[in-house]
Design a protein around this ligand. Structure first.
Ligand code: TRP
Length: 339
């Protein structure tokens, strides 16, 4: 179930972020968005729309990044992020972050970046070859600027972000030694306990580019069509056959979003034993997803008609974030001997 992975945390400075490269789907909702909606109540949370970071592998198509900034903000607000509780800020609107990145780059050997497991696998996945952009190789340094500038002590993200938080901490310690005092705190990764949601095809994680995602903005017909196309168990030919729960996308959806886990446990037992048809399961999953997404879609549509308001929220959040990062920015400049 998705609404219980924030450990009742309170009083933390939280920074999290996303690259604006596309609208969000229910995998984001289960993995991070629902947690952020809870965390915002009793913590100081900032969500960074990381457009500069997105450009590190989208410089050939900058419109993809700029056109998705507002979409991402819409998804946040529709999913329940409250701008009165969470600061939503645009990375490129905070030039202090860029300057911090420039300074931090002097502390990080290129070999260290090339060895970073997250970067290493991302470089391989993108097949950059000889054309690896320097900006992409250095984005972890820029992310360290993000984390340290906001004095974040918690960074909610996936396990893949652990090496980046580690690098950020190393940079913070170096700065503290240079300054002779604690200028920047350590940050800790807050890993979501939600298992990664599979795509409706069951073969990969959910992603828009793989075409296997249910988007937050999907219409009821899309949702119905996608649920009934979900991969279940190829061995489950007759209703009376025993079925597999593991790897079954419909059960993954019910585990993530059904509000009655006991009922889901019961369905699993009956499915395993044989005698429970896929259609029964899919009808339940459809009802669960329709209920989940109807209010989000309605809010998204309402907000989309007020683009000017959304822009104002972003501008105000970015201005507030700039103020937040000022003191750290000044201290780091001083640690480097700059006035
Ligand atoms: N790297 C993150 C992602 O790809 C986005 C991000 C940028 C971020 N800056 C951050 C996440 C700071 C947490 C903290 O999703």
């Amino acid at each position: 179930m998705m609404f219980d992975h924030t450990h009742g945390l309170s009083g933390h400075r939280i920074l999290t972020g996303d690259r604006p490269t596309g609208p969000l789907h229910i995998g984001h909702l289960a993995g991070t968005l629902a947690g952020r909606v809870q965390l915002q109540v009793r913590n100081r949370q900032t969500i960074l729309i990381a457009d500069l970071q997105a450009l590190t592998d989208n410089a050939g198509n900058p419109a993809k990044v700029s056109s998705n900034v507002l979409e991402l903000a819409l998804d946040y607000l529709a999913a329940g992020i409250d701008p009165a509780q969470t600061t939503i800020a645009l990375q490129s609107g905070i030039p202090e972050l860029a300057e911090l990145s420039t300074l931090y780059m002097n502390l990080v050997p290129v070999s260290r970046l090339l060895r970073n497991p997250t970067i290493k696998s991302e470089i391989e996945a993108r097949g950059f070859g000889d054309s690896l952009p320097a900006g992409f190789l250095c984005y972890p340094v820029s992310q360290a600027a993000d984390i340290t500038a906001f004095c974040a002590d918690l960074v909610p993200a996936g396990a893949d972000q652990a090496p980046l938080v580690e690098l950020s901490n190393e940079i913070a310690m170096r700065i503290n030694r240079m300054a002779g005092e604690e200028v920047l705190p350590r940050a800790e990764l807050l890993q979501s306990h939600a298992p990664r949601l599979p795509g409706i095809d069951g073969r990969r994680k959910m992603s828009k580019s793989a075409g296997n995602a249910i988007m937050l903005s999907d219409e009821p017909d899309d949702i119905r069509r996608k649920v009934f196309a979900m991969y279940t168990d190829h061995g489950h030919l007759r209703v009376s056959d025993p079925g597999k729960v593991e790897g079954n996308v419909v059960f993954a959806m019910l585990d993530a979003f059904d509000l009655e886990p006991e009922a889901v446990a019961d369905l699993k037992e009956r499915y395993r034993a044989g005698g429970l048809g896929d259609m029964v399961l899919k009808r339940r999953a459809e009802a669960v997803l329709q209920d989940l997404l109807a209010p989000i879609r309605a809010r998204r549509k309402m907000l989309a008609s007020e683009a000017g308001e959304i822009r104002k929220i972003l501008e105000a959040g970015t201005a507030a974030a700039r103020e937040t990062v000022q003191p750290q920015h000044s201290r780091v400049r001083r640690a480097f001997g700059l006035a």
